[in-house]
Design a protein. Structure first.
Length: 235
């Protein structure tokens, strides 16, 4: 498979690329702003799996112009089977202290960057093999879930991402591509530490990545347009 994973320099995205790289038939483009960590990831994958194919691409998903990114993507793959929109940005501030810049930063990565990337990648997913777009949301953006003070920007952006998944599944239901969204609960990552300093989550990044990897290669065969909470705690 040809796979693209964003937010691949740490946490769940990092572990997810490692899992995909175990299959020598997979070519994985790993996207993040942190090129140093991406190169570390590539080297780690090659040490574990000498036949792995991991391609690090440094890019800031808040950038509006994706021409440079897509030029690099097209060098390595002409079709895409799986896109995992895992990159995320968080601001932990009381609502009255949140600035327009804070909101723009969070929504640019969590919503607008995802939209722009899907628009670029979707034409590459129209193949004989059914494609799958997975948007990684948060249980904090899941309707009816427990909400937390200080996370209004983050949670509302993740709610927008979940709704967008449903909209895209409907709009492109006649294409050979499925859109699904996983609303994750507490996972021990750097982002969780930013949101809840000192809290210990019941799941590690590698454990959640294992679940996502299996979901990504199987779920689109039986479902489309689903927003699924995946959570042991919140937190």
């Amino acid at each position: 498979m040809n796979i693209i994973v964003t937010g691949a320099s740490r946490g769940i995205g990092y572990e997810l690329v490692k899992i995909y790289s175990a299959n020598p038939e997979n070519t994985i483009i790993a996207i993040s702003r942190n090129v140093q960590k991406l190169n570390q990831l590539k080297n780690e994958c090659q040490a574990l799996y000498p036949n792995s194919k991991v391609i690090p691409l440094g890019f800031d998903l808040s950038e509006k112009n994706m021409e440079g990114l897509m030029a690099e993507v097209n060098k390595h793959m002409k079709t895409v089977n799986l896109l995992v929109n895992n990159a995320g940005s968080i601001v932990n501030k009381p609502f009255m202290e949140i600035t327009s810049s804070d909101m723009e930063t969070v929504f640019n990565v969590n919503v607008f960057g995802v939209i722009r990337l899907i628009q670029e990648i979707l034409p590459m997913m129209v193949t004989n093999t059914r494609g799958h777009v997975i948007n990684i949301s948060s249980v904090g953006g899941y309707q009816g879930s427990v909400k937390f003070a200080g996370l209004s920007a983050y949670s509302s952006s993740k709610a927008a991402l979940a709704c967008m998944t449903e909209c895209l599944a409907e709009e492109f239901k006649d294409m050979n591509v499925a859109f699904n969204c996983l609303a994750l609960g507490a996972v021990q990552t750097d982002m969780l530490e930013e949101a809840f300093p000192g809290y210990r989550a019941p799941l590690t990044a590698s454990e959640m990545a294992e679940f996502i990897s299996k979901f990504s290669v199987n779920a689109h065969k039986v479902m489309n347009g689903k927003v699924i909470p995946v959570s042991l705690s919140t937190p």
